[in-house]
Design a protein around this ligand. Structure first.
Ligand code: ADP
Ligand code: MG
Ligand code: MG
Length: 897
């Protein structure tokens, strides 16, 4: 451990490479030694040796064993003890440790070096037979299970029998004679199950244990874990040989784990558990009640103070929260491991901000430490932490898998997609879809469910992809779940869960709970989050705007930090119940006067809508997109209409009185008219049909009414003292002439309103770039557009020629699953295609109008990787859903840093 400097020179100095060679555990042990933290003497057999061993089919690389022996001699010199010595025996642990931590996936053997002779020596030295034979039997047990593959149960049987015989309930009450007997019995068990005697030669023990750790790299558990966690299979594990220190030599000994800050809240101060008179794994094994680390201040005042100062030292050194293992032997503190501690998103934010204030890291480091996904956590319902803690301590946490899609979900267990849909839609129940794995046929069930749970699959499994895409909480790869689809039940250890039972899944931690846990909306007003985001704002150059149609969306967006509205879909208002009949009347009008009348009736509604939005966004730009969808979307479905009509006709036959019949006839007349119109408007490809600017040119009075509503609203709120910056956006332009014609008509209307009102409004006209031709001719279009907004949903559809609504639940998932497409282009911008078109558009547009404001309002505007691409393109802002505004603020800062 004390030769890190030369090892660093060997690998070329980068800490990443040091960790790759020594594994995380070994690298950190050596680093602790270098900065003067007490670590028992030890050495590392590198991952390189492991890889050569595995490649050679199980042969140590040449010279390796000699080096091990040499290193062992150095430890012997350091400790004054000798391996296998009958007077002063050295004992060591043999610990796995890969580059990335794989908790519990590989193996460790403690107390190596004990045999009948050295055990007696230890008794002589310590005078504590009980301790020595407890240690000896542990070695046989661990060696048996880890190295020789003997099932744990056979040892457990012996222990149970010993407890019964001694009349005690816990192991810690067994006495020296009991442990001696257990040791003998373990030797027998060992012989019976392996056909060899427990090796008495310490060097043989060490060699076999080293080989076992090497091999554990390819153990099924480890391979599965790496597949699931996307860790490469060729890294190999290092082996750490560490002098044993004992926390179980009496009441002046202890062992424990501690984190330098609270892993769930981020609060400063040591947090952890320890056990007096116990050995390492007892703390995590949960067989004894552990004590809170703070009580160590009373029971081990000196060691506690030292631990606190080591905690500070390690934080200062690693500049991050640490998770440590320690042991106290006869009052002396030893550190056995340190690593960056796992934490919740909330803790991560608080720790990053606190550490900046404490001067441990810089502001930009704090901003970079938090991932956009962690911000997402603050914006979705989560389980109440108190309820989680309660469930965990009452054994209701039944399994753990991979946390592949964040959020909290609870509901009835359903094993089949169709049933998930039925229970949700027909019965209004909340369900969790549970499957061994999901397939494209299950998507409807997944969409209906609150969340999804699978026993197989990893981070890129179908269930994970789909769940993330649709924002459903998901836990996958829960190996402990045995699902029996035919019996409609699953087993999880002792627990039997049937279809219809209630469970909760936590997509943040991967935990599965029995029963429904209460949820809460985490607080976006978290003071640390507010600070962190305000720091992010200082680094980013991209603006962050929001897509919002209604005043309350705008208010939320603003409170989350939006600097404008990048997209108000003006047609959304027409779908509301008091307006739809008027809009349908407008569509169906045969005479211009009828159409005028309907539009006049719609005007005040639109005006009020816009005025509300302007008031909320006082002082900030608001982009209003004029009507975009094809008109048939405002009419009832044709098939449905036909059904209603034949119903009505049947009712006429049965109607009694004349007024009844008249009313029915009138209804039929209206429905017939609707049907006629719907048939007339039917298109083969509505997405490419009569919509966007085409509609505005076709029915000029419609968009004129909208512009009038915008300017009347602007004048109205200006008089109230609101600063209003309306921007009128004309969608789906493919040819500059479309924009020219439409803009001229609308500009005239705008001038008319301002003249009537005798007010000047600061406004702009611009367009969406959502057709490839618009991007390619952006210089021509920029003549008539004062701003561009990339509608990347349509631009992706039209660039790929893929209909999003159909493909996303169909072949796209297959494409992504088979790796034909690296990812869903509707979730993350397609860098090679769509982004190239965007770039042409920006360059050509700005060649004509250097100050041209270019933004994005497609859903990509809230996707961190797409935001990075928008930053490189030099866009002015991204506009996204209000809920993603905080995420976009951070992602934009990351892009700039
Ligand atoms: P894991 O990676 O699963 O935590 P470790 O190699 O860290 O496995 O060891 C398992 C347990 O044994 C830990 O509690 C550790 O602190 C303890 N341990 C390992 N080596 C020693 C040692 N030399 N002396 C005392 N305890 C040890
Ligand atoms: Mg450990
Ligand atoms: Mg569009």
């Amino acid at each position: 451990f004390d030769e890190l400097d030369s090892a660093e020179r060997y690998v070329g100095g980068s800490w990443e490479d040091v960790r790759a060679l020594f594994g995380g555990k070994g690298a950190n042990l050596a680093e602790m030694v270098r900065i003067g933290v007490p670590v028992p003497p030890g050495f590392i057999v590198t991952t390189e040796a492991c890889n050569v061993y595995l490649e050679a089919g199980g042969i140590f690389p040449e010279g390796m064993w000699d080096q091990v022996l040499q290193a062992l001699h150095t430890i012997e010199a350091d400790t004054g003890k000798t391996f296998g010595d009958p007077r002063q025996p050295l004992l060591v642990s043999c610990r796995s440790g890969a580059k990335f931590s794989m908790p519990g996936m590989m193996d460790t053997v403690l107390n190596i070096g004990l045999n009948d002779l050295t055990a007696q020596a230890m008794v002589n030295l310590t005078g504590d037979e009980r301790f020595v034979f407890d240690a000896y039997r542990r070695l046989i047990q661990m060696f048996g299970s880890v190295v020789m593959g003997v099932a744990d149960e056979v040892f457990e049987h012996v222990l149970t029998a010993a407890r019964q015989k001694a009349g005690v309930t816990v192991e810690s009450d067994l006495q020296a004679a009991d442990w001696k007997e257990v040791t003998d019995r373990f030797k027998n068990v060992f012989r019976n199950h392996t056909q060899i005697d427990f090796p008495q030669d310490p060097l043989e023990q060490l060699r076999m244990a080293t080989e076992a750790v090497f091999k554990s790299w390819n153990g099924k558990r480890a391979v599965d874990y790496r597949n699931a966690a996307n860790i490469p299979h060729d890294l190999g594990t290092a082996v750490n040989i560490v002098t044993m220190v004992f926390g179980n030599m009496g009441n002046d000994c202890a062992t424990g784990v501690a984190m330098t800050r609270n892993g769930s809240t981020g609060e400063p101060g040591l947090e952890g558990d320890f056990l007096i008179n116990a050995q390492g794994e007892d703390v995590v094994a949960g067989i004894r009640m552990t004590e809170d680390i703070t009580t160590m201040a009373a029971s081990f005042p000196e060691a506690y103070e030292e631990l606190c100062s080591i905690a500070n030292k390690l934080e200062l050194h690693y500049r991050d929260m640490q998770d440590m293992e320690f042991t106290i032997e006869k009052g002396k503190l030893w550190m056995l491991q340190t690593r960056d501690g796992k934490r919740t998103a909330r803790a991560a934010v608080r720790i990053a901000v606190d550490m900046t204030r404490e001067g441990l890291i810089s502001m930009d480091q704090a901003v970079l430490r938090i991932s956009p996904e962690q911000i997402d956590f603050f914006l979705h319902p989560q389980f109440d932490p108190a309820a989680i803690a309660d469930a965990r301590s009452h054994g209701r946490m039944v399994a753990r898998g991979l946390n592949v899609s964040p959020g909290a979900a609870g509901g009835l267990v359903v094993f089949e997609a169709d049933l998930a849909e039925t229970w949700t839609k027909r019965d209004g129940k909340k369900v969790i879809l549970v499957r061994p794995e999901t397939k494209p046929d299950d998507v409807h069930g997944l969409l209906a469910a609150q969340g999804v749970l699978t026993s197989r699959g990893g981070r890129t499994s179908h269930a994970a992809l789909v769940a993330r895409q649709f924002g459903k909480p998901a836990v996958v790869g829960v190996a402990a779940l045995e699902i029996d689809l035919s019996k409609r039940e699953m087993r999880c250890g002792e627990t039997l869960i049937r279809e219809g039972d209630v469970i909760s899944i936590d997509g943040n931690t991967g935990e599965v709970f029995l029963g429904e846990l209460p949820t809460m909306l985490p607080d976006i007003k978290d003071p640390w989050l507010i600070d962190l985001l305000s720091w992010a704002d200082e680094y980013r150059t991209l603006g962050v705007w929001a897509n919002a149609d209604y005043p309350e969306d705008a208010r939320r967006a603003r409170s989350y930090g939006a600097q404008g509205i990048g997209l108000c879909r003006s047609e959304h208002m027409f779908f509301e119940t008091d307006r739809l009949p008027l809009f349908q009347k407008m569509i169906m009008a045969r005479l211009p006067v009828d159409q005028r009348e309907a539009l006049d009736a719609l005007l005040p509604f639109q005006r009020d809508d816009f005025a509300g939005l302007f008031r909320e966004m006082d002082g900030m730009p608001v982009i209003i997109r004029l009507i975009d969808p094809p008109l048939h979307e405002f009419l009832p479905d044709l098939v449905e209409l036909m059904g209603q009509l034949s119903d009505l006709k049947l009712r006429i036959r049965d109607a009694g009185t004349l007024p009844d019949i008249d009313a029915l006839l009138e209804e039929i007349r209206i429905k017939e008219r609707l049907r006629e119109q719907a048939e007339k408007l039917k298109e083969q490809n509505p997405m490419l049909g009569m919509r966007g600017v085409r509609l505005g040119i076709h029915i000029p009075d419609l968009t004129k009414m909208q512009v009038r509503a915008i300017f009347e609203a602007a004048c109205l709120v200006t008089r109230e003292g609101v600063t209003v910056l309306p921007k009128i956006m004309i969608p789906l332009v493919g040819h500059a002439n479309e924009l020219k014609v439409q803009r001229e008509a609308l500009e005239a209307e705008a001038q008319a309103v301002m003249a009537e009102q005798n007010l000047k409004i600061d406004y702009k006209f611009g367009t969406m770039i959502e057709l490839p031709r618009a991007a390619l001719t952006a210089d021509q279009i920029a003549e008539y557009a004062e701003f561009f907004s990339y509608g990347t949903n349509d631009l992706t559809q039209t660039t790929y020629g893929i209909s999003r609504d159909d493909a996303e639940s169909g072949f796209l998932i297959e494409y992504v699953g088979k790796g034909i497409l690296p990812e869903n282009p509707f979730a993350t911008l397609d860098e090679d295609g769509v982004v190239q078109l965007m770039k042409i558009g920006v360059d050509k547009g700005r060649s004509v109008r250097p100050d041209l404001e270019c933004g994005i309002c497609g859903e990509h505007g809230g996707d961190p990787r797409s935001i990075a691409l928008c930053h490189s393109l030099g866009l002015t802002y991204v506009s996204c859903s209000p809920f993603r505004v905080p995420i976009a603020r951070l992602a934009a800062a990351h892009a700039a840093l």
